[in-house]
Design a protein around this ligand. Structure first.
Ligand code: RNT
Ligand code: ZN
Length: 428
C-alpha cells in the first residue's frame, strides 16, 4: 500500500459534505472559509531554500545571531537552483502566495553591488521571474552577514560612518521595494529587522536605542520620495545568538517606534519568552496599530526557527486575528529555516501549516462564542470552544487543496521524493 497516495476526489467531496453540515449547525459557512483562506496571501521567505546564505558570497561574516543548523543534501547553491526549488514548492501549495526576498538574494550576475549602493537592478530578473510565477514580491533589507555587522551593531553603531553605511542600505532597500511595488502594481512589504545587541551587560543601554531610533528615522524619511506602495515594517526580538543579554530593537522598542512613526509592527512567533502568549498581543496592539505583520515561526526552547506546524500557538494567533475581524489588517509571512530535512518538504509543511491554521481559525464558531459570552453563558462558551477543536477541519482542508488543484493529503510527499531524486541529489 502506498501511504502517500491521494484520497480519491469523491471521498474528499463526500467527507466535505458531511463536514459542511456539521459546521453549518454552528453557523459556519465552510465554502466562505475556504475562499477566504485561499485568497489570503502568505509571503513565503526565500531563505529556507539555501539556509540563509544569500548570493553575495561575502567571506568572513557573522550570522547576525540567527542560525540554520543541519546538513541535509540539496541546498540551493545559486539563484537558478533557488528559483527551480521555489517553483517546485509553489506547485505543491494551495492558495495565494507571495515571496519575501532578502536584499542579499539579489541577482548579482551583472556584478557585485555594495549594500549601501544597492539599486533595483539585481531585482529586475526576480520581478520577471515572479511575474512568470504569478506571484508578487516582498522585501527585507539585510542588516547582517556583512563585515560591517561583525561587531554586533549596524544601525545603532557608535561609529557614524558604519551607521551611515547601514542607513544608506535601509534607504536603498526602500527604493528596491518601491520598484517592486511599481512593477507588480501592488504594495511591497519591506521588513526591517536589525540584529544589533550585546553578549553581556552593556554599560550603556540607552545610547544604542536612541541611535537606532534616529537612524531608522533617516531610513524611513519620506523625503526620499518613496511611494506609499512600500509598506515598511519593523521587527523586534528578545535575543540573538551572541546577543543574549541585550537586543537594541526589542519588542517594546518597536511597538513604540512603529506606533509613533505610523509604521507596521512585525510580530514574529519566535521572538518572545516561551511562556508568553503571542496571540494575546494581537488584541493588545490592534486598538493602536493600523496593521500588523506576522512572521510565523516555531521556537523550541529558544528562537530556533523550526518549521511551522499546526501548533496551538499558530492556531491561537490566527484565532485572535479572526476573532478581531482583522485579517485585512494583517500581513502574513513565514520565517523558519531548517537545514536538517528536505528543504522542499520544510517549505511545504510550514506554508501549508500556516494556511491550515488560518482555515481552522476561520472555521471557529466565534460569533456564537461571543454571543454566549455576552449572555453570561461562559460554561456553554467554553464547551463550544472545546467542541470546535474536534470538528472535522481536516475534511475542509482536503477540499481546499482539491479546489486549489494541488496534491491533497500527503500525496505531495511523492512529488517531493521525485524531485529529490531527479534534482536535489545531483547537487554535491
Ligand atoms: C530574525 C528575524 C528575521 C530573520 C530574517 C532572515 O530573528 O526573525 O526576520 O529571520 O530576516
Ligand atoms: Zn522574523
Amino acid at each position: 500500500m502506498d501511504i502517500f497516495q491521494s484520497p480519491s476526489d469523491s471521498s474528499i467531496e463526500q467527507n466535505y459534505q458531511s463536514a459542511k453540515e456539521k459546521y453549518a449547525a454552528f453557523g459556519i459557512d465552510t465554502d466562505a472559509a475556504i475562499k477566504t483562506a485561499l485568497n489570503k496571501p502568505i509571503s513565503m521567505h526565500c531563505w529556507q531554500v539555501d539556509d540563509v546564505a544569500g548570493f553575495e558570497n561575502l567571506e568572513g561574516t557573522t550570522s547576525g545571531g540567527i542560525m540554520s543548523t543541519g546538513s541535509y543534501p540539496g541546498r540551493a547553491r545559486n539563484i537558478d537552483e533557488a528559483r527551480q526549488d521555489l517553483e517546485e514548492v509553489l506547485r505543491l501549495l494551495p492558495g495565494e502566495q507571495r515571496l519575501n526576498l532578502h536584499a542579499s538574494y539579489g541577482d548579482f550576475s551583472g556584478g557585485a553591488m555594495e549594500r549601501d549602493l544597492l539599486d533595483h537592478t539585481p531585482f529586475v530578473s526576480w520581478a520577471e521571474w515572479a511575474k512568470a510565477q504569478g506571484i508578487q514580491l516582498d522585501f527585507n533589507p539585510t542588516y547582517f552577514g556583512h563585515p560591517l555587522a561583525n561587531d554586533g551593531y549596524t544601525l545603532s553603531h557608535a561609529d557614524p560612518g558604519v551607521r551611515q553605511f547601514w542607513i544608506d542600505h535601509g534607504i536603498a532597500s526602500r527604493n528596491v521595494a518601491t520598484y517592486l511595488a511599481e512593477v507588480q502594481g501592488s504594495i511591497c512589504v519591506n521588513n526591517h529587522w536589525v540584529p544589533d545587541g550585546a553578549k553581556d551587560h552593556p554599560a550603556d543601554r540607552l545610547g544604542p536605542r536612541e541611535r537606532l531610533a534616529a537612524a531608522l528615522d533617516e531610513v524611513l524619511d519620506e523625503a526620499h520620495g518613496i511611494s506609499e506602495q512600500c509598506v515598511d515594517a519593523v521587527e523586534g526580538k528578545l535575543f540573538g545568538i551572541g546577543a543574549e543579554d541585550y537586543t537594541v530593537g526589542t519588542n517594546d522598542f518597536y511597538a513604540n517606534y512603529a506606533l509613533s512613526r505610523e509604521k507596521t509592527l512585525c510580530i514574529d512567533l519566535g521572538h518572545y519568552h516561551l511562556s508568553e502568549s503571542v496571540a494575546d498581543k494581537v488584541s493588545a496592539h490592534l486598538p493602536f496599530h493600523k496593521q500588523l505583520l506576522v512572521h510565523t515561526s516555531r521556537p523550541i526552547r529558544w528562537d530556533s526557527d523550526h518549521v511551522v506546524l499546526v501548533t496551538d500557538e499558530v492556531r491561537e494567533m490566527f484565532q485572535e486575528v479572526i476573532r478581531a475581524s482583522a485579517l485585512d489588517r494583517a500581513y502574513l509571512a513565514l520565517d523558519f529555516f531548517d537545514a536538517s530535512i528536505n528543504r522542499i518538504g520544510a517549505y511545504v509543511i510550514g506554508t501549508r501549516a500556516t494556511r491550515q491554521a488560518l482555515l481552522i481559525a476561520l472555521l471557529e464558531p466565534s460569533a456564537l462564542c461571543k454571543q454566549l459570552e455576552a449572555e453570561g453563558k461562559n460554561a456553554q462558551k467554553l464547551a463550544l470552544m472545546e467542541h470546535a477543536k474536534a470538528l472535522p477541519h481536516g475534511a475542509v482542508w482536503d477540499k481546499l487543496c482539491l479546489q486549489a488543484g494541488v496534491p491533497t493529503g500527503v500525496s505531495w510527499i511523492a512529488e517531493m521524493e521525485k524531485y529529490e531524486v531527479s534534482v536535489l541529489q545531483n547537487r554535491s
